[in-house]
Design a protein around this ligand. Structure first.
Ligand code: NDP
Length: 280
């Protein structure tokens, strides 16, 4: 008799907007793997007990999204190096009965940059990261792992300082941005400014070198105001959808095995979904 198909899920609150079921569903189907990937809306009160009983609840693992990533970090029995460094877990799996936590946002961030802007890591590369929340932490860790000099600018200076101290970067207030842009080889937006429904990110790109790469981790809309302005000035641009796609394979391999790949067909499917939902 065949074993029951494996089940994984994405746990968040709210979670209905998540594109993860679309990504994992595509891989399960195209790789011919019997399995399921579901949405689990769990309040902060429900999350800890659900995760501690993941196997009894019928799951081999799952993704963790807002607002549970830091709580997941504290709940697991073991962590990978990226989760340990960043202090947040976005992937859970079971290993010899132990609940393990990893952080694949860091890999997703850098793999997307490698893919969309080959050669970005020029000698003496300097990056300016705007924002010091969860996405900022993943970006700064991943950039430092590649030997990049990182300047972090954030509205709340204390948060930038905490992050900079953790990873050996430099912290600045928002007013330093025009000066920082002059030296930047890579500019990354990790704030929520520019996200659909949020205020725009208002920065003047004038001081930026022509060779600088501009990266926005936001993917709704696909082309943010920042990316549109950068494209018009002739910069290479990188959107956040590739980060979402590139982080997903890590969990899929842990739960289902196989060799999930980010194909142009998969990306087009997600692009179409985002465009359809943001033009409503
Ligand atoms: P957090 O809430 O952890 O951090 C938000 C950041 O935005 C903080 O630095 C905050 O500054 C800043 N910010 C918010 N509002 C303002 C404002 N009005 N003016 C100036 N700064 C502001 O969010 P995350 O880091 O989790 O997410 C940030 C963005 O990254 C989101 O849009 C999310 O969609 C995207 N993201 C994309 C991923 C992908 O796979 N592509 C993965 C994860 C996130 P302060 O510290 O001062 O509050």
């Amino acid at each position: 008799m065949n074993p029951a198909p494996r089940r994984a899920c994405v746990m968040g609150h709210p979670v209905a907007h998540s594109r993860s079921p679309m990504i994992h569903g595509y891989w399960l189907k195209t790789l011919g793997i019997p399995g399921a990937y579901e949405l689990k809306d769990l309040t902060p009160e429900q999350f800890p007990a659900f995760v501690k009983n993941l196997q009894a609840n019928g799951y081999v693992g799952g993704n963790v999204t807002v607002p549970h990533k830091e709580v997941a970090y504290r709940l697991v029995d073991g962590r990978d190096a990226a989760a340990e460094a960043v202090g947040a877990v976005n992937t859970l799996w079971l290993e010899n009965g132990r609940l393990m936590g990893g952080n694949s946002d860091t890999h997703g961030f850098i793999a997307n940059l490698d893919e969309r802007a080959a050669g970005w890591n020029v000698p003496g590369c300097r990056a300016v990261v705007l924002g010091a929340g969860g996405a900022g932490r993943s970006a700064v860790y991943a950039l430092k792992q590649r030997g990049v000099e990182v300047d972090i600018a954030n509205r709340t200076l204390a948060r930038a300082q905490e992050l900079a101290g953790r990873f050996g970067a430099k912290a600045h207030g928002w007013d330093a941005v025009p000066r920082l842009l002059r030296e930047a080889d890579v500019l990354v937006n990790c704030t929520s400014l520019g996200l659909a429904g949020k205020p725009p990110l208002e920065i003047e790109l004038g001081p930026l070198k022509q060779s600088a790469v501009v990266y926005d981790v936001i993917y709704v809309p696909l082309e943010t105001g920042l990316l549109a302005a950068a494209r018009k000035r002739g910069h290479r641009t990188v959107d956040g959808l590739g980060m979402l796609l590139q982080q997903a394979g890590f969990g899929f391999r842990k739960w289902f095995g196989g060799n999930p790949r980010v194909t142009p067909e998969l990306r087009k499917m997600l692009e179409a979904d985002i465009v359809a939902k943001t033009s409503k």
